[in-house]
Ligand binder design. Structure first.
Ligand code: AMP
Ligand code: MG
Length: 493
């Protein structure tokens, strides 16, 4: 027997260090596996041979059914505030951590499966996923990565050959996710609750903090109060992440605490969307009736989620700083207050880049310019993606395409004069402003076709959003905003 190609490459540090958060488990068998999507570039980055991944053995590996001997796959435990209500026991109800892999360039990443069958965390769920939502995650994660947004990635989607019962039977699939880790705010909530209830040893939280620091924020280890330094670091990466979403018009859709990573990567693409007409009130999840996760609510709801993270750290902050819990609350509040300025600076910087303006413009010049533009975009519900490309054309001398998008032409003209006077660089604008983002109306059509067995529209769209800055002749339809139907609901699971 030849050795497994991954022999010796998988570790199980999460399972070793945090047994209280790990249930050893196996992926379910798939009756008729078929590889639907494989990110060959990512495979190479991981030191995996794409040609092998396409073989029967490779596909069995992708399904978690043929692992190297040392692998110890686990279902991870976590809790979470879902739409504000606390669920103490969520966990991987349809997912598995296969293990950690060290890439040839020395990074440690999680290999993870979604849709791999029931686990002890499944509650009433079937543990499965359908082809459509898994291809959606593959495509949107690919797009986000190409746009420079920190994100979990999708190595592959494998159809299982087993139907999944939803409103109608749908073909099932497994997504192979690669993430810098799956540590979430909800992981800390689960650990903190277990310790508080005497169901776990007190050092569980310390081990979790140490692992998070080791994998994502190593500088925090040298701080006199590492847990507080971790809070500051997570606040900083989340502020930048959300600023990137807001500058691109991305709406996550389900910002529950179990979908907020410690690494600062976007995770879990369900009912997400890129807004077609700029509107801070845009909501895309059918169950988000109050607009808790509306486009414009993302910075404030992330601060709320980070406050839940801070609560879990209070005992360690108090101990580390040698203060009582009340004083520890003060220290955490101070750390959380770092979010607003970090977010504001990052958002302005991302917008300045989209506007073709140099780095380091004085805030009293840049900030009012950005504020006023947002008001104009909101007032006319302008599509961000096409607007910024048209604005590059304006920087070359033809302002009409951009201008035609606004109802208040005089206000736009006045804004444009102030912007032009700062000398925007159209070439730089075209390097950072995408032509193609995943447009929901097109993506839905592509997923419907894929579900019916035709992958061609999906593959066409994947190629465009994976290389989004170069306009391709004949593909104009993929660059245009969708029909304005109000807020269309796309449910993701
Ligand atoms: P998500 O919406 O993917 O963030 O999942 C939220 C929680 O619901 C997690 O604990 C999932 O494991 C669980 N979950 C979602 N879908 C299923 C399913 N079909 N079967 C079992 N658990 C599920
Ligand atoms: Mg989730």
């Amino acid at each position: 027997m030849t050795a497994h190609p991954l022999s010796g490459r998988l570790t199980h540090r999460f399972a070793d260090v945090l047994p209280e958060l790990s249930v050893p488990w196996q992926a379910e068998e798939a009756p008729a596996p078929r590889l639907l999507a494989l990110d060959e570039g990512l495979a190479v980055e991981l030191g995996l041979d794409p040609a092998w991944l396409r073989t029967d053995d490779g596909v069995a590996f992708l399904l978690g059914r043929s692992l190297p001997e040392e692998a110890r796959p686990v279902a991870q435990g976590y809790a979470g505030h879902q739409f504000g209500g606390y669920s103490p026991r969520l966990g991987d109800g349809r997912a598995l951590l296969v293990g950690e892999l060290t890439t040839p360039d020395g990074r440690v990443v999680d290999l993870h499966l979604k849709g791999s069958g029931r686990t002890p965390w499944s509650r009433g769920g079937d543990g499965l996923a359908a082809v459509g939502p898994m291809l959606r995650e593959h495509l949107v994660a690919t797009a986000m990565h190409a746009l420079g947004v920190p994100t979990t990635r999708s190595l592959a989607v494998v159809a299982t050959g087993r139907d999944v019962r939803r409103e109608v039977p749908l073909p099932g699939a497994v997504l192979v996710r690669v993430a810098s880790s799956h540590l979430r705010v909800g992981s800390f909530q689960y650990a903190a609750a277990a310790v508080a209830a005497d169901q776990a040893p007190a050092d569980l939280l310390t081990r979790l903090v140490d692992l998070a620091i080791e994998r994502h924020h190593p500088d925090a280890a040298a701080d006199p109060v590492p847990a507080l330094a971790l809070l500051r670091a997570v606040t900083a990466v989340q502020a930048d992440l959300v600023a990137r979403w807001m500058a691109l018009g991305f709406v996550h859709g389900v910002l529950n605490t179990d979908n907020v990573t410690i690494s600062g990567e976007t995770i879990d693409y369900g009912p997400c969307a890129f807004v077609d007409g700029f509107d801070t009130r845009a909501v895309f999840s059918s169950i988000d009736e109050g607009g808790r996760y509306a486009f414009g609510a993302q910075p404030s709801v992330t601060t709320w989620n980070l406050s839940r993270f801070a609560e879990t750290l209070l005992p360690l902050v108090a101990e580390g700083a040698g203060v009582d819990e009340e004083a520890a609350v003060g220290l955490c509040v101070e750390a959380l207050e770092g979010f607003a300025p970090a977010y504001g600076d990052a958002f302005s910087a991302h917008l300045a880049r989209r506007l073709g303006l140099p780095d380091g413009l004085a805030p009293d010049v840049l900030n009012p310019l950005v504020e006023e533009l947002l008001g104009l975009l909101q007032g006319s519900r302008v599509d961000l993606t096409t607007f910024f490309r048209d604005l590059a054309t304006a920087a070359r001398g033809d302002a009409e395409p951009a201008r035609g998008r606004f109802l208040d032409l005089a206000a736009f003209d006045a804004w444009r004069e102030r912007w032009s006077a700062l000398g925007p660089d159209p070439d730089a604008m075209e390097r950072v402003n995408p032509v193609y983002v995943p447009r929901n109306h097109l993506l839905q059509d592509a997923l419907d076709a894929a579900t019916a067995g035709d992958l061609e529209p999906f593959e066409t769209m994947l190629a465009l959003v994976g290389d989004p800055f170069v306009a391709r002749p004949g593909r104009e339809a993929y660059a245009e905003a969708g029909p304005d139907e109000g807020f269309v609901t796309f449910c993701g699971t």
